[in-house]
Design a protein around this ligand. Structure first.
Ligand SMILES: Nc1ncnc2c1ncn2[C@@H]1O[C@H](COP(=O)(O)OP(=O)(O)OP(=O)(O)O)[C@@H](O)[C@H]1O
Ligand SMILES: [Mg+2]
Length: 346
């Protein structure tokens, strides 16, 4: 007889989570469901409540109301050490006087695991994050990326159902950030571990997440895949926070909008610029030209508006005359995306 696979453990549900701090509502009736094995980013501007949410999930902060379920169990009233989660803190919080090995072994020693088991599990974890050669080094003697991996190993050695990371890459330089975030994603997928990463870096969130929860003032504005977030931002906030947007009040290029209440948003890559005339294009002049390596951002003056556009190939010089048209526009009514497709006509 075929026995079906048991459901994968893990997963996380936040229901109506609420928290006031210093007399202000910091987290406002927040709901979030993370599937087992999924990597979800909490993305939002500084002060929107990302760390507060993560600390409640980890058990370092009690919500005023609402509930937290992990791997099927209600953990709302359990302390951090009784939850099946492990957290990596922003500053890594490694013990400077302990070797890499002892740092990673620490959570297991607290749990009074047998010595041989500790050695076996820690070494396996150090192998997984490529740190065996630094087993006996102290944190001060290893690089930022290696410290980050030590902190990650210390969380993973606990074999948590849910891994929580608060801005795990913010202490690393730009090149290393990309490498370490890919390492984290690879490891997370290999272990199939439910993971929540807090970040205010949109590129980081979009590049490694299955889904991204965009937060604003203690609420989730949108919870979607990276592709969906970019192509169909639910609100004007999400559209401006993620990527770049040209914004116009009221009608623009024949978009069917309600003048006065609607806002039209156009992604710079949806502005088409060419030297010669083409269908629906209006004459435009390059006012600024900002090279970004593989593309150039140009500011185009078109009648009384300035449009930002991304162009590839050779950067056009300031003063270049040409033609510009809009391929696609997003329309927001009272801050929310208008659902019907938006026609653009000259
Ligand atoms: N103990 C506290 N007492 C009063 N206010 C607090 C307390 N802790 C956090 N806050 C406030 O709650 C809000 C959210 O803080 P939080 O640390 O969750 O933000 P964040 O989204 O992680 O921001 P950042 O990206 O800057 O880390 C902030 O306005 C902060 O000042
Ligand atoms: Mg924070």
């Amino acid at each position: 007889m075929n026995t079906p696979h048991p459901p994968r453990p893990g997963g996380l549900q936040l229901r109506s989570l609420h928290k006031e701090l210093g007399g202000r509502t910091i987290i406002d009736e927040l709901d979030l469901t993370v599937e087992p094995g999924e990597l979800v980013s909490l993305l939002g501007p500084s002060g929107c409540g990302k760390t507060t949410t993560l600390r409640m999930i980890a058990g370092f902060l009690q919500p005023d109301s609402g509930s937290i379920r992990m791997a099927g169990d209600d953990v709302t009233h359990l302390g951090p050490d009784r939850r099946p989660s492990a957290m990596v803190f922003q500053n890594y919080a490694l013990w400077p006087h302990m070797t890499v090995f002892r740092n990673v072994a620490f959570p297991l020693r607290i749990r009074r695991r047998p010595k041989a088991e500790i050695a076996e599990r820690v070494d396996r974890m150090l192998g997984l994050v490529n740190l065996l050669h630094h087993r006996e080094s102290r944190p001060a003697r290893i690089s930022g990326g290696e410290q980050q991996r030590t902190a990650l190993a210390r969380a993973l050695v606990q074999e948590p159902s849910v891994l929580l990371l608060d801005e795990p890459l913010s202490n690393l330089d730009a090149k290393l950030r990309v490498k370490v975030r890919e390492d984290i994603r690879e490891l997370q997928q290999r272990l199939g571990i439910t993971t929540i990463i807090v970040t205010h870096d949109q590129e980081e969130a979009l590049s490694i997440s299955d889904r991204v929860a965009v937060m604003n003032a203690g609420r989730i504005e949108q919870f979607s895949t990276p592709t969906e977030l970019y192509a169909r931002p639910a609100t004007e906030f999400v559209a401006t926070f993620i990527g770049s947007l040209n914004r116009f009040d009221g009608s623009f290029d024949g978009t069917r909008v309600v003048p006065g209440t609607d806002v039209v948003g156009v992604r710079p890559e949806d502005v088409v610029f060419a030297r010669g005339p083409f269908d629906r294009a209006i004459s435009a002049t390059v006012e600024r030209s900002v090279p970004h390596g593989h593309f150039t951002e140009v500011h185009l003056r078109r009648a009384d508006v300035v449009l930002r556009a991304f162009v590839s190939g050779e950067a056009p010089e300031v003063g270049t005359a040409g033609y510009a048209a809009i391929a696609k526009a997003l329309v927001f009514r009272d801050g929310r995306l208008v659902d019907e497709p938006v026609g653009v006509a000259a």
